[in-house]
Design a protein around this ligand. Sequence first.
Ligand code: 5GP
Ligand code: ZN
Length: 124
Amino acid sequence: MDNCIFCKIVAKQIPASVVYEDDDLLAFKDINPAAPVHLLVIPKQHVATLSDCTEEHTAMLGKMLALAPKLAAEHGINVKTGADGQRSGGFKTLINSGPDGGQEVYHLHLHVYGGARPWRGLGT
Ligand code: 5GP
Ligand code: ZN
């Protein structure tokens, strides 16, 4: 898609700090992180917004979400369970959709946030 910044990242026309790539997905660091770890997971194929997704996108959406815990583990923000059963760590996943959803870049992306708090503008 012309003039889509994330398509240009997929095409390596503009640089990004890529943390994962396969045939279908790309994940990279957000340029303006709101948390110590702030990653974006995108489909390589241009889809503007979650609002455009239907059942035919189920596999791709599943892959995007399933990648989040793998990336979280690689970046030390996965949920950990101590010997006493207490959980620590963890991360937040978010997809903004449309103007009312706070979407700024119209190429579908899943945010993955984690690390020491506070996180900018993300509440609890
Ligand atoms: P949205 O508000 O659309 O859910 O989030 C868009 C995100 O993309 C923002 O967190 C913003 O910092 C990030 N972003 C925008 N342009 C670029 C870019 O050129 N490179 C990278 N790595 N992130 C970007
Ligand atoms: Zn795009």
